[in-house]
Write a protein that binds this ligand. Structure first.
Ligand code: ADP
Ligand code: MG
Ligand code: ZN
Length: 487
């Protein structure tokens, strides 16, 4: 394989992504069946989603609202009149023989997703966002004959977000996907569990000679199951297409399946064109009419987008961009942060704690922030105790560990276990004098000039006070006793 940088000297990648996101509504798109992942197969089905004769679909209002929410958040033009269309194709997981989708007049047109590349904001324009229904799931197992089909997923509301071919590198593609996922999470309209198939991406890519305008012939890749997978699949395809083009051959427009274990994309089928699907307006559903009033109400409770949140964290709390990016990457994490700051914790201390202690605990002990046992008010009390010098940071870490498995407040644990820092200087002085009396030899060697023994005394004192003494005060008293004339 040629090195990528060598290829990129001559060829420019042109990438467009089609992302399918399942909407987290309670029920399916056109029937009252529950929209639920992980239940026993075929337990959420009815005549509508099984495509039985005579069954009639009714559109899910919530799904339409969610789509509009996304469209408005991304600055799309909303079609006030919109309709569903039948997309006809035969596949075992599609019992009706067609998918209800949108063709002309999708709900949302245009708009963009803002990404950050090397610190700079860049807008990736969108072509459209439309609403459709998911298909069922075919289950092929190696040791059993045949294919089993689970129709629980059949009819789950799905939005398709189609980017313009304006993405210029695999890294940019990954960044776009990360942002889009964050946005869906911020808006609370998709669960975004890739392993459950909530979020799926097809990647279209072509190469053009650097400096040229017209696009080359593209291929489409499917079946990537992570954002890294998309990035790797794009690298693979850049290499393959460059190889063809440089040896004077043509790229064939086709759909390829990414094989993660072999790290290559294999031909799946030639690319269908729209006429193959014989689209026509869905006769069983009335056209959708969206009112300005409806849009105004959705617009009024739109939330900040991730990149806006990051910028505001810099200006409101003075924290570093990199830290803001980590916090804002998860809407629940950044909510948690803002809650403890609201409760009076210093933002810098909150960042230090959340990035330094909390993220590790979340990861090592496999908690998710939404159900984290220490709620913001409990952590705020603990961090304020650190700020007020009641406990030091190390004690706070052990209190934090205890709070994970107990309902007690930080204050209770600190009191019950006597963990307050010993900063009462008379009490400290007595302890220090006791220790020095136990080490007469070291004291005289210190006074004879072995100043390195200072650390030894500090260590003894910290151990005796179980790390709860304030080092600065200990140092002061110790210096005074050792270097002064007292014995
Ligand atoms: P289709 O209807 O076949 O799915 P679209 O025109 O809707 O085709 O485009 C699908 C995706 O392919 C979009 O994300 C678009 O940006 C991308 N795309 C279109 N042409 C090219 C190209 N020449 N190179 C790379 N991506 C492309
Ligand atoms: Mg398409
Ligand atoms: Zn149903």
């Amino acid at each position: 394989m040629k090195s990528l940088s060598k290829i990129l000297e001559k060829w420019e990648p042109v990438i467009g992504l089609e992302v399918h996101a399942q909407l987290s509504t309670d029920t399916k798109m056109f029937c009252g069946c529950r929209n639920m992942y992980g239940d026993p197969p075929n337990t959420h089905t009815c005549p509508v989603c099984l495509g039985l004769p005579g069954a009639l679909p009714v559109a899910n209002e919530k799904a339409i609202e969610y789509t509009l929410k996304l469209g408005l958040a991304l600055g799309c033009k909303i079609s006030l009149k919109s309709h569903f269309a039948r997309k006809n194709y035969f596949y075992p997981d599609l019992p009706k023989g067609y998918q209800i989708s949108q063709y002309n007049e999708p709900l949302c047109l245009g708009g963009s997703v803002t990404i950050r590349q090397n610190g700079e904001l860049k807008e990736i324009p969108l072509i459209r966002i439309h609403l459709e229904e998911d298909a069922g799931k075919s289950i092929h197992s190696a040791d059993e004959k045949g294919t089993k089909i689970d129709f629980n997923r059949c009819g789950v509301p799905l939005v398709e977000i189609v980017s313009a071919p304006e993405i210029r590198s695999p890294k940019e593609a990954r960044e776009y996907l990360i942002r889009l996922k964050q946005i869906l999470q911020y808006l609370g309209i998709c669960n975004c569990h890739m392993e459950q198939g909530n979020l799926r991406c097809d990647a279209n890519i072509s190469l053009r000679r650097k400096g040229e305008k017209p696009f080359g012939i593209r291929t489409e890749m499917k079946n990537m199951n992570s954002f890294r997978g998309v990035e790797r699949a794009l690298f693979f395809e850049i290499n393959r297409q460059a190889g063809l083009l440089e040896s004077g051959k043509e790229v064939v427009q086709e759909t390829r399946l990414w094989n993660e274990s072999e790290q290559k994309a294999e031909v799946m089928r030639g690319k269908e064109d729209a006429p193959d699907y014989r689209y026509f307006p869905e006769p069983d559903l009335v056209p959708m009419v969206i009112t300005e009033k409806q849009l105004a109400s959705i617009r009024s409770d739109l939330v900040e987008l991730p990149h806006e949140k990051e910028d505001r964290m810099l200006s409101d709390y003075g924290i570093r961009l990199n830290d803001a990016i980590i916090l804002a990457s998860d809407v629940h994490l950044v909510d948690y942060f803002e809650q403890i700051v609201e409760l009076g914790v210093d933002p810098q201390e909150a960042v230090k704690w959340m990035l330094g202690v909390m993220l590790r605990v979340l990861k090592d002990e496999i908690y998710i922030i939404e159900s984290f046992p220490i709620k913001p008010n409990r952590l705020a009390t603990l961090l304020k105790a650190v700020g007020n010098g009641i406990v030091n940071i190390n004690t706070a870490k052990s209190v934090f560990q205890k709070m994970l498995t107990s309902d007690k407040t930080a204050t209770q644990i600190i009191k019950e276990e006597g963990l307050m820092q010993v900063s009462d200087s008379e009490k400290l002085r007595t302890i220090i004098e006791g220790i020095l009396l136990h080490h007469p030899d070291e004291v005289s060697r210190y006074r004879d000039g072995k100043k390195g023994l200072f650390g030894f005394f500090m260590g003894q004192i910290m151990r005796k006070t179980r790390g709860q003494s304030t080092p600065k005060i200990v140092k002061e008293i110790l210096t005074e006793i050792l270097d002064g004339n007292k014995t």
